[in-house]
Design a protein around this ligand. Structure first.
Ligand SMILES: C[S@@+](CC[C@H](N)C(=O)[O-])C[C@H]1O[C@@H](n2cnc3c(N)ncnc32)[C@H](O)[C@@H]1O
Length: 481
């Protein structure tokens, strides 16, 4: 879908019409960042007041979507049929409606115009987040924590878009004007999602929202400004305490203290030069030959992951609650049972040493701490986590070959993806080194050696985990899983 043209030149008139006030800041192109807010005068610390005032009725929040549905029948129909899946999806539908109303591709399509009908024309047509990258660019994410995250997100966006189409196909307005001629495609939906992800803010009163004009503020880890929603009337942008800004200097906000490089790239399409990897999250697959795998996934009720977090002193830590479930089995004292509730429903329960542990599936580490085989369990978990991280590191080290994939490979995108690869490789190398040390330490522990010795002496001991078939036997013995 082509977008309406709304240039910076038109912004002052739009602001005057909608009571948006700019004070001592203006919108300008900022090298490498698109538009940004730049001080139009010297702004002394403590004396500048609000630089931007945006009336509450312009804030695109959950409430604003509901309010608009009350006055536009076609949007109400769409929301009733295909909306109410999530707050985010409702806002995307609202943006879609306004892009349709303002696009030159929809002549003769009418609806209730709002301030957003024109403002959507100012939103960028290209957002550098990885869901919008070409195939040839996405291949540079190979081996990073974003490789599977971006594929999963694209698959989820396709499912979401297809469901919206299917559910609203019998609505006359939507079928005739939008779906029949495929005027809105999955590319538009991916872009809308990217716009929302890169421009929404968590407001203290209105929750996650988009705020016109405030969404022009760029990010800096040393931000000079912050936004406020002190009253129900307006959202403002003010200087941070004890900060002054000179004329011509960019006024910035902080998009997310503590966000990792991968999160910044995923949500905003850039990595702050000061940002270390800080954190990475990788999916963890249940063991293929584990007969309890399904039950374990059911009680865990979340996608299994390993999270690696950098420490202040350069020593990273890790957390993988599902790895404990993966590495414990019936012979250790882990059991499942289907229990009939008083209301007739059935629930799958998890037991550890005959105690109900269903609500503690994420905290098994603490539960097993007092067990006499605790160090053996820990050794199994460390082995599983280590193997997963080593596999990731190997994938990251494979040279990228983008030549067989379609689409452009823009230099700045390749540079950013390469930066992520370097940051994550460094973090992975450090955590792998640490886990190898921990594993070696456990291997030299007297109680572990005694246990392993006893296992060798009594290979048919029933208390020992038994491999499911002969072919797996050697492997099972070696990795303690
Ligand atoms: C909320 S918008 C800010 C306004 C945006 N620059 C525009 O032209 O409309 C967020 C987007 O601005 C860009 N951006 C913000 N801060 C940046 C920074 N420090 N470095 C590079 N790009 C930045 C990124 O493309 C990000 O997705």
């Amino acid at each position: 879908m082509r977008r309406a043209v709304f240039s910076l030149h038109d912004l002052p008139a739009w602001c005057a019409l909608n009571d948006v006030r700019f004070r001592n800041v203006k919108v300008e192109e900022v090298a490498g960042r698109g538009y940004g807010l730049v001080a139009d005068a010297d702004l002394p610390s403590g004396g500048a007041g609000a630089m931007l005032e945006i009336p509450q009725d312009l804030v695109l929040s959950a409430q604003a979507v509901e309010d608009y549905a009350k006055i536009d029948q076609n949007f109400r129909d769409l929301l009733e049929k295909a909306g109410h899946q999530s707050h985010r999806a409702n806002i995307l539908l609202y943006l879609l409606m306004h892009m349709i109303l303002s696009s030159p591709d929809f002549p003769g399509v009418h609806g209730v115009a709002s301030a957003w009908t024109q403002y959507v024309g100012l939103l960028p047509t290209q957002i550098p987040v990885p869901t919008t990258w070409s195939e040839a660019e996405r291949v540079y994410l190979q081996g990073t924590s974003l490789e599977s995250a971006v594929s999963a997100k694209l698959a989820a966006l396709t499912r979401e878009f297809d469901a919206i189409k299917a559910k609203s196909d019998d609505l006359r307005f939507w079928y005739d004007n939008v779906w029949a001629e495929e005027r809105v495609t999955i590319h538009d939906w991916v872009l809308l999602d990217a716009i929302y992800r890169s421009r929404s803010l968590e407001l203290p009163l209105s929750g996650e929202s988009m705020v016109p004009c405030l969404d022009i503020a760029n990010h800096s880890a040393q931000a000079t400004a912050r936004f406020e929603e002190a009253t129900q009337d307006q959202v403002t942008l003010v200087l941070r305490d004890s900060v002054g800004v000179s004329k011509g200097q960019e006024v910035t906000i902080d998009y997310g203290q503590g966000k990792s490089a991968a999160e910044m790239l995923f949500s905003y399409g850039f990595i702050d030069p000061d940002c270390q990897a800080r954190k990475l999250v990788l999916p963890l697959e249940p063991m293929e030959d584990d007969p309890l795998a399904k039950a374990k996934m059911h009680v865990f009720r979340a996608p299994p992951t390993i999270q690696v977090t950098d420490g202040e002193n350069g020593v990273p830590g890790w957390s993988a609650p599902f790895a404990y479930l993966m590495c414990l089995n019936e012979e250790d004292g882990l059991n499942f049972a289907v229990v009939q509730e008083t209301d007739g429903s059935q629930e799958l329960k998890l037991y550890w040493q005959d105690e109900d542990a269903t609500d503690r599936s994420h905290g098994l580490k603490t539960l097993i701490e007092g067990h006499e085989l605790y160090k053996i369990f820990e050794l199994r978990v460390i082995t599983v986590v280590l193997e997963r991280l080593q596999q990731q590191l190997e994938e990251l080290k494979i040279p990228v070959n983008s030549s067989k994939y379609s689409g452009p490979s823009r230099e700045d995108i390749v540079r950013t993806a390469t930066h992520l690869r370097e940051l994550e490789q460094d973090l992975l190398e450090r955590i792998v080194g640490k886990l190898e040390d921990q594993r070696d330490e456990l291997f030299s522990d007297d109680s572990v050696l005694a246990y392993l010795g006893s296992m060798e002496a009594t290979p048919n001991d029933e208390s020992r985990p038994q491999p499911t078939d002969d072919a797996d036997a050697d492997e099972e013995d070696e990795d303690f899983s």
